[in-house]
Design a protein around this ligand. Structure first.
Ligand code: BGC
Ligand code: CA
Length: 330
C-alpha cells in the first residue's frame, strides 16, 4: 500500500504532465522568427513540449498582424486545444481573443502584453512575460553603478551622464517602460541623466548600427558617455559602430559603456571581451516553460496553480529579470 502510494507520488512529482500532455495540441504564433530573443523563447517552448510529450506547431507571423490572424484561424480549424500567441501588435490582440473565445479554447499571450481589458474580456485568456519596468530599472542601475565607480566615465566632468537611448519597436511595453525606468533609475541613484540623442531601432542590430553611426558622426564619440539600449541586439549594433571608431575594442582607454537587455549569448560574449558593459537577463527559458505548462494545464482542465509558477491576478505569470555583468549574475 505505502509503497505504491510512494511510487505514485514520485510519478506525480517527476512527471507532473506526462499523464495527459500527450493528448494536447498547441498552436503557436511568433511575431517574427527573425528575432534573437524570440528564437530563445521558441526553443524553450519546443524543449518543454518535448519533455512533457505535448505537440506544438509554431508559425512565423512575419511581422504582419493579418497573417497572424489567418494562422490563428487555421490552427482553430485544425482543432488545436490551446493557443500560445506572441502578437504582432499587442493593441490588436482583441480579434485573436474573440476567435479563441468563439472556439472555446484557452489562449496564452507571451512577450507582448495585451491591455488588461482585452484579457478581461475572456476568462480563458492569460499572459506570460516579464515586468518591463523591472528591466528598465535594472539596466539603469547597472549604468549608474558603473558611473559612480568610474570617475573617468564623466568625460566632460560636469557630474551629469550624457547618454544615447536606442529604443525598441513603437508601442511595445518593453520599449515604453524600459526607456522610462532606465532613466528614472539613474536619477534615483543621484546622477543627473542628460539624453543627448534617442531613436527607435525596432529591436534590430543593423538599424541600431546605422543610427548609432549617424550619432557618432554628428555628436562625436568623445561626447557620448553611455548608450542605453532597450535590448541586446541594438546594444550590439551600437558596439559594432563604436568598434569601427576604435572605441570598445576591449581596452579601457577608448570606451563608452553600453547596456542592453535580454542576456543573449552574443551579448554575453561581447561583455566577456570588454566591448559591452552589461545586460539584464530576460529569462526566455522560464517564460517558454511557463507558457507551455500553463497552456497544457488550461487545455486539460488541470489546476493552473500546480504548474510550478505563481499565477498573479488570476491571469498573469511574471518571470523576474536579473542583472548580468561580465558573464556573472549579480
Ligand atoms: C526583447 C527583445 C525582443 C522583443 C520582441 C523583448 O522582450 O527584449 O529583444 O525583440 O521582446 O517582442
Ligand atoms: Ca558628463
Amino acid at each position: 500500500m505505502r509503497k505504491s502510494f510512494l511510487f505514485t507520488l514520485i510519478l506525480i512529482l517527476v512527471f507532473p504532465f506526462s499523464l495527459y500532455a500527450d493528448e494536447i495540441k498547441i498552436g503557436s504564433c511568433i511575431y517574427r522568427f527573425n528575432d534573437a530573443f524570440m528564437l530563445r523563447f521558441r526553443n524553450a517552448m519546443s524543449a518543454e513540449c518535448e519533455k512533457i510529450g505535448a505537440e506544438i506547431e509554431i508559425a512565423d507571423s512575419q511581422n504582419d498582424q493579418n497573417t497572424q490572424n489567418e494562422q490563428v484561424d487555421g490552427f482553430i480549424s485544425n482543432g488545436v486545444n490551446v493557443l500560445i500567441i506572441n502578437p504582432v501588435n499587442r493593441m490588436e490582440a482583441q480579434p485573436i481573443i474573440d476567435q479563441a473565445k468563439a472556439a472555446n479554447i484557452p489562449v496564452v499571450f507571451i512577450n507582448r502584453e495585451p491591455a488588461p481589458e482585452m484579457l478581461a474580456s475572456y476568462e480563458r485568456a492569460y499572459y506570460v512575460g516579464a515586468k518591463a519596468e523591472e528591466s528598465g530599472t535594472q539596466s539603469g542601475e547597472l549604468l549608474a553603478e558603473y558611473f559612480k565607480t568610474h570617475p573617468e566615465a564623466d568625460k566632460n566632468h560636469d557630474g551629469k551622464l550624457q547618454f544615447i537611448l536606442l529604443k525598441g519597436e513603437n508601442g511595445h511595453q518593453d520599449m515604453i517602460l524600459r526607456s522610462k525606468y532606465s532613466v528614472e533609475a539613474i536619477k534615483n541613484a543621484g546622477i543627473e541623466p542628460v539624453e543627448i540623442a534617442s531613436a527607435i531601432a525596432n529591436w534590430d542590430k543593423l538599424q541600431a548600427m546605422n543610427i548609432m553611426n549617424g550619432f557618432v558622426m554628428s555628436i562625436g564619440p568623445e561626447n557620448i558617455e553611455a548608450v542605453l539600449a532597450n535590448n541586446d541586439e541594438m546594444a550590439l549594433g551600437a558596439v559594432e559602430t563604436l568598434k569601427n571608431s576604435d572605441y570598445n575594442k576591449g581596452n579601457s582607454e577608448m570606451y563608452i559603456p553600453v547596456v542592453g537587455v535580454d542576456a543573449n549569448a552574443s551579448a554575453l560574449d561581447a561583455m566577456d571581451k570588454g566591448e559591452m558593459l552589461g545586460t539584464v537577463l530576460n529569462d526566455a527559458d522560464n517564460q517558454g516553460m511557463a507558457a507551455v505548462r500553463l497552456a497544457v494545464a488550461l487545455a486539460s482542465g488541470k489546476d493552473i496553480n500546480s504548474i510550478g509558477y505563481e499565477i498573479t491576478d488570476g491571469k498573469y505569470i511574471w518571470i523576474p529579470y536579473q542583472k548580468v555583468t561580465r558573464g556573472e549574475k549579480n
